[in-house]
Design a protein around this ligand. Sequence first.
Ligand code: G3P
Length: 230
Amino acid sequence: MKIFADTANLDELRELKSLGIIDGATTNPTLLSKEIKRLYPDFRAHNKEELMEKGKEVLKEVCEIVDGPVSAEVIATDADGMVEEGKKLAKVHKHIVIKIPFGAEGLKATKRLSAEGIRVNMTLVFSPSQGLLSAKAGARYVSPFIGRMDDISNSGMEVVRILTEVFSIYDFETELLVASVRHPMHVVEASLLGADIVTVPPDVIKKMLKHPLTDIGLKRFLNDWESLLK
Ligand code: G3P
């Protein structure tokens, strides 16, 4: 199973990369705007084009850190606009994958971008039927948002279970990218179901590193060893 970092924060990405466990990254307009505000607190774009340029600048830096696919999301909501933006974003770096929000327009854009060899990550997927249509349209990745489903008392993991099975029955090349991960058990459960990728926020990765018995055990080993010192 591949692990992606669900962040656009350059410092967090550098730190996670140094752990040697990151295969890619996912961003979205929320994560990217947060990083632009962190890096350039006084920046305010005069128009949408200028804003897009700033986004591309940060995405390029993300791609230079991450040695793998980096999802960058379109802002347009119509298929023509999504395709146009997708093509511009794809030129930023060879790692870029275009994130398209699910819907009729998103499916049309996915078909067109995929036909041109541009990889698409279909985002905002909340049901098996949405995931199935995304794969049919040629999406390289399909991202069910499991935490947001759990938030409204739907089982996010059940959608993951069904989609892993459907993709394998029909031999789709589409990879299941589990998103909206909130805690370490989401990662473990997704891996048990055979998800291809889980995109994990840095705070959840930090929690995955910790176990009180590891800390206690290390302290005891060091104390026992040092007990031989005068
Ligand atoms: O990639 C974005 C997705 O993971 C969203 O997560 O926590 O905002 O539902 P969240």
